[in-house]
Design a protein around this ligand. Structure first.
Ligand SMILES: [Mg+2]
Length: 274
């Protein structure tokens, strides 16, 4: 264990005082379509011990049941209700603020289902739109982008599920939701309200489900600038793992660094339960 944090609660004792976990998925639980070594065992151990956890993803395209299916397919036991997506946080939060509003959506099945379930209606006409919601959309057309831009210019709130600029694929990095959001920023000179990581919104939304305070909850992730920063902003403890994007150097360079850095979930499992 590399104990990167300098807070009084870091170290093994602080680690064992943790009462809940919020996990990033890609680069933490799995890479590509393969589970990270130790991931399934740690999840099983947390279940056995009754320690609450949630899987948290900026991906707004895939509904929670499909995310769970994919995890189970890789051998990591996962239930749909343990998956929290930026789509659900966006839809539920907006439903409390503007119930029944007409949404002009740039997005895929996940966010569409979440908005529909929260009581929103949809429109493709900027003149009818009460709000513009933008997520990753692999079928986006110029016509849709145009209507979204016009609606924002007319004053409709500009909402982004997340602002990940790129997505890793076998071909390389391709444009992500953040690139679509950036197109609308350029077209409107407006800034979006963002729900996904590193906004603390998605972390704070998870807390009531976990049932414990932020300061005994750990956000576990591979990306310093989203997973760790978002957890810190929400007042959580943070754990970096080295199975994805982040390196020991990139975690150490953060102001402040995560409280702990582990090679993988197997090493975290040993330190937490060992
Ligand atoms: Mg990740």
């Amino acid at each position: 264990m590399n104990d990167a944090g300098d807070g009084a609660g870091a170290g093994v004792r602080g680690l064992r005082a943790l009462q809940a976990f919020v996990f990033d998925m890609d680069g933490v639980m799995y890479r590509g379509n393969v589970a990270v070594p130790g991931a399934a065992a740690f999840i099983a151990a947390l279940r056995e011990a009754g320690v609450p956890f949630v899987f948290l993803t900026n991906n707004s395209t895939t509904p929670p049941d499909k995310v769970a299916e994919r995890m189970n397919g890789m051998g990591i036991p996962c239930r749909a209700e343990e998956v929290l997506t930026s789509a659900e946080v966006t839809a539920t939060t907006l439903a409390g603020e503007m119930p029944g509003a007409r949404v002009l959506l740039v997005g895929e099945e996940g966010i569409r289902q979440a908005l529909a379930a929260a009581g929103f209606r949809f429109t493709e006409d900027h003149r009818q739109a009460d709000v513009v919601v933008v997520g990753m959309d692999r079928q986006l057309t110029y016509a849709r982008l145009q209507e979204a831009g016009l609606a924002i210019r007319r004053g409709a709130p500009f909402i982004a599920t997340n602002t990940d600029r790129t997505l890793p694929t076998p071909l390389g990095l391709v444009p992500g939701a953040g690139s679509l959001v950036a197109a609308l920023q350029a077209a409107t000179d407006r800034e979006p309200r963002v729900f996904g990581k590193p906004s603390p919104g998605i972390y704070l939304y998870a807390l009531p489900r976990l049932g414990v305070p932020a300061d005994v909850t750990a956000a576990v992730g591979d990306r310093p600038e989203t997973d760790i920063l978002g957890g810190q902003r929400a007042g959580m403890r943070t754990i970096g793992v080295l199975t994805g994007v982040g390196t020991p150097e990139s975690f150490a360079a953060m102001p402040p660094p995560p409280d702990w850095v582990f090679r993988d979930l197997g090493e975290l499992n040993q330190a937490y339960f060992g």
